[in-house]
Design a protein around this ligand. Structure first.
Ligand code: FAD
Length: 449
């Protein structure tokens, strides 16, 4: 359904704000994007390359506006995990079925490309312009150099808050009565580190794998970049015996990498340098509701639902918000009340579900990967899924390689967990984990669900 062109402001030129601008321009709206930061395209590359994983939901949202192929050119497919467990050779775990992969992509390159494309579509960008306040009922914005200084005033028909986890737009919505809000920081922080390319520009580790060094209370992961380097993320508790606090000197850092990550010995000097040069960041789950104000203001992406990154879904979920919003615009035309109210009702349970799944993955990765019972359970599930792919799709695949709602993945995952709890109580399960009896038991329990 066609829409009457509106004058729309988007706050935030991050991944979500810039993709939303492209969608809205394609619908014929006039779009201005404000960002408090300078234009990312003018910032000299700092040498650090931060990457993220794009999966099906993200690709579908890009495909809808014809960008999938262009962006795939700058992404690397990862079809498996490479597990670096101490005292064992590296082993590989396929992510899904043949042809299924997540894609490693540089956040900076992706954001620059999307701002370029949004501009080509006719979006106006106003960088270095921070939004300090918004009058929700009238969609009026106030920007300026400082909170106490002089402000400029802008009037729009609609405003989208794509201003991230610490959103100013949401902050204003929080002051209303009956606005729910919660934020939970986890006690683990992260730091980005780099493994540079070989001298000939090739990758030092397998290029088509997502590398994981699980170490109980902490872990290191690495994803490839197109220039041959890897961006690593070290997840480590802020405090405790082995923690960001306990690694205070370069010698501490060298000893830490030497002890826990023996197969990256050659890069220890680089990792140590990065450890002290790069910031330590915190991770938060943020939930709120409602996400919209009348037919005037809507939150999209991290401003509505920030999640911990252990499922690699934050951006994917934000892109899916836009994809769904677009479908609602097609169905409801100029009825923005219905578009906004349906959008928040539909997306909220899904955002809560991926927040929960991401948090559980954090617990699973940090404390369960060393538990033999947990590993046996995973082995049984994998064995059964391989034999009955139509009866048992693992939650990871439902989240990553499907476009079905996150809430459905969570609900089915809970059913599967219930079944596996019973299976794990079977006598001598350690010995007969791959027997017909276990298979029959799972089939029987699936029949009861
Ligand atoms: P942001 O990227 O935070 O952008 C917000 C923008 O708003 C910024 O440009 C900011 O300058 C601007 N802004 C803020 N306040 C104002 C204001 N008052 N006025 C004007 N402008 C303002 N997701 C995945 O899908 N896959 C992954 O593998 C993945 N890995 C991750 C790893 C880590 C360590 C972390 C922390 C996150 C990861 N994510 C991942 C999540 C992903 O980064 C976020 O979900 C995504 O960047 C959110 O995009 P956004 O545009 O909503 O917000």
């Amino acid at each position: 359904m066609a829409q009457t062109p509106k004058n729309i402001a988007i706050i935030g030129s991050g991944l979500v704000g810039s993709l939303l601008a492209i969608y809205l321009r394609k619908k014929g709206h006039s779009v201005t994007v404000f960002d408090r930061r300078p234009d990312i395209r003018t910032i000299k590359f700092s040498g650090r390359s931060i990457n993220l994983a794009m999966s099906n939901r993200g690709w579908r949202s890009l495909e809808q506006v014809g960008l999938e192929a262009k962006i795939k050119e700058i992404a690397i497919p990862l079809d498996k995990r490479a597990m670096h467990v101490n005292d064992k050779p590296v082993y590989f775990q396929k992510y899904g079925k043949e042809g299924e992969a997540i894609w490693s992509i540089s956040r900076g390159i992706l954001n620059k490309r999307m701002i370029d494309l949004a501009e080509e579509e006719g979006t106006e960008f106003r960088f270095n312009e921070k939004v300090w306040d918004i009058d929700l009922p009238t969609a009026r914005l106030y920007t300026g150099e400082s909170e106490k200084g002089e402000w400029k005033e802008y009037q729009y028909d609609l405003v989208f808050g794509c201003d991230g986890a610490f959103s100013r737009v949401r902050h204003k919505m929080q002051r209303q009565s009956r606005f729910d809000y919660s934020q939970d920081f986890i006690d683990v922080g992260y730091k980005e580190l780099t493994i540079p390319a070989n001298e000939d520009g090739t990758h030092k580790l397998d290029k088509n794998s997502f590398h994981i060094w699980p170490r109980g209370q902490f872990m290191l992961i690495a994803m490839p970049n197109v220039d041959g380097s890897f961006t690593c993320t070290l997840f480590l508790p802020f405090e405790g015996k082995v923690s960001f606090e306990s690694i205070a000197t370069e010698d501490d850092a060298r000893a830490f990498f030497k002890e826990y990550f023996p197969n990256v010995q050659k890069d220890i000097e680089n990792l140590t340098k990065d450890f002290f040069n790069n910031p330590t960041s915190a991770m938060v789950t943020m939930k709120c509701y409602p996400w919209t104000y009348w037919n005037k203001v809507a939150l999209v992406g991290d401003s509505a639902h920030a999640i911990v990154p252990f499922y690699g879904q934050g951006m994917n979920a934000g892109f899916e918000d836009i994809y769904r919003l677009d479908k609602l615009m097609e169905s409801h035309g100029d009825d923005w009340d219905t578009i906004f109210s349906t959008y928040q009702k539909e997306r909220k349970p899904n955002a809560d579900a991926i927040a929960e799944l991401s948090y559980r993955n954090f617990v699973e990765m940090s404390s369960k990967t060393a538990d033999p019972k947990f590993l046996l359970q995973k082995k049984i599930e994998k064995h059964f899924a391989a034999k009955h792919p139509e009866k048992w799709v693992p939650v990871y695949s439902r989240v990553t390689f499907s476009e079905r709602p996150y809430a459905e993945a969570l609900a089915i995952g809970d059913q599967q967990e219930k079944i596996m709890k019973e299976v794990m109580l079977m006598p001598l399960i350690e010995e007969k984990w791959d027997s017909q009896e276990v298979e029959d038991k799972i089939l029987e329990l699936l029949g009861e669900e």
